[in-house]
Design a binder for this molecule. Structure first.
Ligand SMILES: Nc1nc2c(ncn2[C@@H]2O[C@H](COP(=O)(O)OP(=O)(O)OP(=O)(O)O)[C@@H](O)[C@H]2O)c(=O)[nH]1
Ligand SMILES: [Mg+2]
Length: 264
């Protein structure tokens, strides 16, 4: 449930990037970070790890216009996809307002995608959140590779309700902002209704992203297009979390810290 601070007039909307290990969740956040104006986003918090795999969560706060005079902050969060970080996934999912399910399109990973989705459904159920009432955007990622799961198969198995889906190549930014914009379109009316009792269809859209112009360094035609990794350094925040129990507390602290930042 969105966190409303009546004193500072801010609403924090929690959007969780969920999906199996290595599907590209952190890559989404890194790309969004690189494309938003620094006035409309906070720091990308990735916890210190020995590898690039997510251990507890990654967090990117994004400012997104106003709802009825309240400043809207999206808290974009990723879960760790590796099977044994189950407890962290559960903690990150708590109170999610919307979910971007990042599936890995490689054919041998079909079962991993289905298992991850099923696990998410169970955790939401445990928290009393009905999957059918939760805004979800499906992102079918890694469409640049070969031997892909057809979009139709994904939609039949994961998305029988015909919710919005995006074919993505997150590593090059393809479909990343589209997924986030679709999510904003779905989740903001739900929050307006829950918080202000406004009828959904009356809700005007919220201004989501102040995009920077794409910073593609000049390349000669014969050169390959550089990958975002090469010009978006990964900032690692030195936060020590001992266990997944600390995750909820830390998320709350980071959300408050961002909400109290002075406008630039
Ligand atoms: N070919 C290709 N590789 C991608 C794409 N998106 C992400 N990757 C690569 O996939 C690997 C895993 O990406 P991450 O974003 O770290 O995956 P994750 O879902 O955060 O993984 P966990 O934190 O372990 O759950 C990295 O090497 C990325 O560069 C894509 O669209 N195409
Ligand atoms: Mg990750």
């Amino acid at each position: 449930m969105a966190f409303v601070n009546y004193a500072t007039k801010t609403i924090a909307i929690k959007v969780v990037y969920y999906g199996p290990g290595l599907s590209g969740k952190t890559t989404n956040l890194r790309y969004i970070y690189s494309r938003l104006d620094e006035n409309s986003r906070g720091e990308l918090v990735c916890l210190e790890t020995d590898t690039e795999r997510t251990l507890f969560f990654d967090l990117l706060p994004v400012k997104a216009g106003l709802i009825k005079g309240y400043k809207v902050h999206f808290q974009l969060l990723t879960v760790p996809g590796q099977v044994f970080y189950e407890a962290s996934r559960r903690s990150v999912l708590k109170g999610a307002d919307g979910i971007i399910f990042v599936a890995d399109s490689q054919a041998p990973l079909l079962d991993a995608n289905l298992e991850s989705f099923d696990e998410m459904r169970r955790y939401l159920y445990d928290y009393g959140i009905d999957l059918n009432l939760t805004p979800i955007v499906f992102q079918y990622n890694k469409r640049d590779l070969s031997n892909l799961i057809p979009v139709e198969t994904f939609n039949n198995l994961l998305n029988p309700r015909g919710l919005p889906y995006v074919e993505a190549i997150a590593i090059n930014g393809v479909g990343v902002l589209d997924s986030l914009k679709l999510m904003a379109k779905m989740v903001v009316p739900v929050i307006r209704e829950r918080v202000f009792g406004e009828k959904r269809k009356e809700a005007p859209p919220v201004e989501l992203v102040e995009e920077k112009k794409e910073q593609v360094p000049p390349t000669k035609p014969e050169e390959e297009k550089p990958k975002p990794k090469e010009f978006v350094p990964l900032r690692v925040t030195k936060i020590k979390l001992k266990s997944s129990k600390d995750v909820e507390e830390e998320l709350e602290r980071l959300a408050k810290e961002f909400a109290s930042l002075k406008e630039k």
